[in-house]
Ligand binder design. Structure first.
Ligand code: UD1
Length: 341
């Protein structure tokens, strides 16, 4: 019998890539998603890439009764919970939307995993929990800073809910993966990031500018105390990131976790500036990007990148894909979406 993994939010960007890697690793996958910020193309892409008719359930994880039916229908041992709102700015403008959705759905996950005696929970956390860190690169022991957005606060609160729950309740185990900046797309260009409206994140804005959908990319600030004045981030390929989830799930299924609750940074360990990223995108894809330097974006941290020693040594996971390949994949995906040759 194959182990089944429930992927909530599995129609979305990181969820769909993770579903592919789980299947590649020999797991059965069930995707649960309410398609509030995605559509069936993500699931269709997973099916096409893997040749597996992955089961899909249209369900809102906040609707506990509807969500319970998924637990009744499928005997999964493990869940990877991606389903959440993720726009930082929107969360500042409408915090209750974020608290209600992101906390309710995660509390339902924990309640139902307990109720049905299912042990393993992987939570999608974020480097945002570190805020403007006192030391760089950040390790898992670097203190978290008070969140500056409701989105960031839900990440911290869900981490705490998971930690307290697995420590209190027999039979539950949890891993929080703190993602740095996920970018890129599957090498087949069949799945990738599909932002609705104007992209807030850097790489989708770059690819849409290259495609002519956006006129000009604004580089938010070139007067930061960094080598070229633009912010530093740790850009992690989405396929590498997806593989980290497989390793985390396997670790719990095989009972190799050291403690009931664990946290891992998932990044490359490299710092890349916004201007470097833009220049690399132009170089590897042999095009010119229309961009200008604009004022700093409120709320941005200056620099953050990961110390990935713990994930490297404990999980045996390491980011592998070179940034150039990732930027080519991001452009191939955008071209595919836009029908550009
Ligand atoms: C943000 C969130 C992070 C979340 C991630 C994905 C914070 C502090 N960070 O990361 O938790 O997981 O989004 O949703 O809440 N930039 C430009 N021009 C643009 C867009 C971005 O110059 O048009 C710059 C930004 O100023 C930043 C870098 O590119 O320096 C990366 O920005 P972005 O992709 O939005 O990610 P983060 O803000 O790092």
């Amino acid at each position: 019998m194959k182990e089944i993994v429930l992927v909530s939010g599995g129609a979305g960007y990181i969820g769909s890539h993770t579903a592919v890697e789980l299947i590649n690793a020999g797991y059965d996958v069930v995707v649960a998603d309410n398609l509030s910020n995605s559509d069936m193309s993500g699931v269709e892409g997973v099916r096409k890439i893997t040749g597996v008719d992955v089961p899909f359930v249209n369900v809102d994880c906040c609707d506990k009764e509807a969500f319970r039916k998924v637990f009744e229908q499928y005997n999964f041992s493990s869940i990877i919970h991606f389903a959440a709102y993720k726009a930082v700015g929107e969360s500042v403008a409408d915090p209750m939307k974020y608290y209600r959705n992101n906390l309710t759905s995660f509390m339902n996950v924990v309640d139902l995993m307990r109720e049905f005696g299912r042990p393993n929970i992987v939570f999608s956390s974020s480097a945002t929990v570190y805020g403007e860190a006192d030391e760089l690169p950040v390790t898992e022991l670097t203190p978290r800073k008070p969140a500056t957005s409701a989105y960031g606060n839900t990440k911290q609160m869900c981490e705490d809910i998971l930690r307290d729950s697995v420590n209190a309740y027999e039979g539950l185990k949890g891993i929080s993966l703190r993602y740095f900046n996920p970018i890129g797309a599957h090498p087949t260009a069949l799945i990738g990031e599909l932002p609705r409206g104007v992209p807030q994140n850097l790489v989708p804005f770059i690819t849409q500018t290259a495609a002519g959908v956006r006129e000009c990319l604004s580089v938010f600030g070139d007067d930061y105390p960094t080598p070229d004045g633009s912010c530093l981030r740790d850009y992690i390929d989405v396929v590498d990131l997806a593989k980290a989830h497989v390793v985390a799930i396997t670790r719990m299924i095989e009972d190799k976790n050291k403690t009931k609750y664990e946290v891992f940074n998932i990044g490359t360990g490299n710092a890349t500036s916004v201007l470097e990223l833009v220049n690399s995108f132009e170089r590897v894809n042999e095009l010119k990007l229309n961009y200008k330097v604009a004022p700093r974006r409120p709320g941005d941290v200056v620099s953050i990148w990961a110390d990935t020693t713990l994930a490297n040594e404990e999980l045996g996971w390491k980011a592998e894909r070179p940034l150039d390949d990732t930027l080519q994949a991001a452009w191939a995906w955008e071209k595919n979406v836009r029908g550009i040759k």
